[in-house]
Design a protein around this ligand. Structure first.
Ligand code: FES
Length: 164
């Protein structure tokens, strides 16, 4: 019988997977966004409560991803609480990975999805507000592009699986 080799998760990833912070839908969110694809089950939603000074008052998430995705979203939502959107925007998946004591290479995309969802939420917020601040890049950043590419890839794989 084939046995699965456990992934080398750091103690922090395992701890946050078991006891995630800020988990759950936020009913009074100012804005929310998702990244990932339901087709393969890896999907994350980020909820933000933003005040009139563009500061993140509350952040939460829902994840249909793996342990690394849950831990990444947990850390991300902790880091951005109380931060101006301009600062929250600058957080990278590598920072998230470092905060978690490192992610296995095969799990990098789990952090990318979390950051991708956050950046989508920030873009959506300013779109709703009717103006893009000068610090918000006009074009998609690497993390947003990667999240998008992963979604497209997952959709393609799901379609291929259906055909089999
Ligand atoms: Fe897809 Fe972690 S979110 S494997």
């Amino acid at each position: 019988m084939a046995s699965r080799i456990p992934l080398p998760y750091s103690p922090k990833v395992l701890e946050l997977f078991r006891n995630p912070k800020n988990l759950g839908r936020m009913e009074d969110a100012t804005i929310s966004a998702t990244a990932g694809s339901l087709a393969c089950g890896d999907r994350i939603a980020i909820y933000l409560k933003i005040n009139k000074d563009d500061i993140v008052e509350k952040a939460s998430f829902e994840s249909y991803g793996c342990a690394a995705n849950i831990a990444a979203a947990s850390v991300l939502t902790e880091i951005i609480k109380g931060k101006p959107l301009k600062e929250a925007w600058k957080i990278t998946w590598r920072q998230i990975s470092d905060e978690l004591g490192g992610l296995p290479a095969i799990k990098y995309h789990c952090g990318i999805l979390a950051v991708g969802a956050l950046r989508r939420a920030i873009r959506a917020y300013y779109k709703k507000e009717g103006g893009r601040p000068e610090w918000l890049p006009e074009h998609l950043t690497a993390e947003e592009r990667q999240a998008l590419e992963e979604e497209e890839l997952m959709e393609k794989l799901a379609k291929m699986r259906k055909k089999l």
